[in-house]
Design a protein around this ligand. Sequence first.
Ligand code: C2E
Ligand code: MG
Ligand code: MG
Length: 588
Amino acid sequence: MVLIPDESVDQRISELARSWARVVATSSFVPEGRAQARVVTEHALRRIVGALGAPEFDATVGHRVGAYLVANHMSSPRTLGDSINLLGNRLLDELGVRSHTTRSRLAALLGQFATGFTEALRDAALTAAEDINRAERAAWRDQQRRMYRRLQHALLHDQLTDLPNRAQFTGWLEETLVRAPADARVGLCLINLDRFKAINDSIGMQMADQLLLAVANRLRPQANRYGHFLAHLGGDTFAIGLERTTSSDDVAKVADRALRSLSDPVRLDGMQIPITASAGIVEQAVAGAQAVELIRAADISVGWAKTDKGGHRRGGGRWALFDPERNAAEVRKHTLTAAMPAGLARDEFGLVYQPLVRLSDDTIVGVEALARWHHPEFGLISPGQFIPQAEDTGLIVPLGIMLLEQACDQAAEWRAATGEPLLMSVNLAVAQIRTPGLVAAIGAVLRRTGWPAEWLQLEITESAFIGSDEALATLDALTGLGIRLSIDDFGTGYSNLAYLAELPVHNVKLAASFLRGVDTPSEAARSNETILPALITLSHDLDLSVTAEGIETAGQAQRLLGLECDFGQGYHLGRPMAASRITGLLLP
Ligand code: C2E
Ligand code: MG
Ligand code: MG
């Protein structure tokens, strides 16, 4: 069957194509416009008509026409429905054919048309989606890169000052240590504002931030100029790193310059805020150096710059150089302090005893109990290394009572062995005197051990007597129990002679320094030659007995006897020793 359209049919086809174009235009947006839509529908329609009448029927023409429409942007779902309706209802009428074959051919063509249309639509959607996807992915990657860079920056910089932060400084130092030749040296200077917390509290956090910015701005030009690595480690701490130093002087110069630049007040909001800073410096060979350790060392030195060796605050505005030996001593001190409670619980503290000798007849009239710590790891530790810490932590209170009880028990044991009591002299720390309940606790020890108060002497340094009525009341209460009091190390503290008369004391222990040069002529000897007799005479006038500490030679003992000093203590007369050895001396 061949359809040969005559002229009028040909016109009707064009007419139908126009209608089709109109229908399509209402449901799809054809960017190229109505005219183009007409060209497309005309072409499409003619291909369908061609297929309807072709000698060899090919239904896939419908498929291609459907795809053709979509390719020309006539692709909305409504276009598909409207097109099928239009062609299905009108085409055969317009062509004037009604045969069964043609009808079934048209049905097949329209079926293929629908398939072609939807498949093309799906493909188009997929490509469009892919395009969008690709663009989105690119944008996302871009954004990620930007975010990564921002994050990277944030991770390595201080938010406020935008200077390299601790992480970056540590990284820089690590790299510097690795890169440097084996014989090179490096230096660090850590700078910390003095009393920043107080400043922060008084001007508020926002102004304090401005202040930190001002500090950064003062330090930055110096670092840039000399090629040093400036960082803001956080809070009010800045760091300056120096590559290739030759000695600590290089870092000291940098510290001086930095501190000087920070010594002028900072102008903020019309206010002049006075500031100073302290610096800690460390300078050493790169060999064996570790970044984190170096920073720690500089940090420790900042602490030293701010305080004196006793840990008291100084004015600030200075720097300190790291000293490994001082640090080791401090570490050891902290280690010991931390280990003390466990040591007390494990009974590691004990006493040795040093004879107190009457100089006129060399008789042992008493002993001084001296604390010792038998540390399982560090061995025997002398009281100078743990009594001050025990005072700081308050552990001296239970420790002191425990030792007192040990001493009284021991004294009672000796009396039982010899039939004679001897004076038990026990040291009392200032911190103990300032602790309420001391008198009751000592009274309880005397009751528990049965040791008579009259044969107990407590040694107290001068500082315990100064400026505290409560301390004086405590001492009065102790003498009230019948206990003897002795001023320990007299002459090393305030040495207020006039004061002696008013104190509830029985004995004065002259510090060992008074004996310096007493048997060998020297500068110190000459002044001691005049002071010693005066001190002894004065004490006697006040009804106080006198003990000389630190007698190391027979000559000293002789001289003191000549000055009518009552008692002596020292290596020449007997070293501090275990209780059993004292027993041996008491029971010959
Ligand atoms: P201190 O009370 O003045 O004790 C005398 C110190 O001088 C003792 O040192 C003793 O070993 C030492 N010494 C004795 N004779 C000589 C001598 O001839 N030459 C020299 N160079 N030194 C001599 P140690 O045992 O190291 O005690 C040091 C300080 O620790 C004591 O000084 C005392 O203040 C304190 N201390 C000792 N035990 C206790 C205690 O149980 N409680 C308290 N609170 N402090 C104690
Ligand atoms: Mg003493
Ligand atoms: Mg002493």
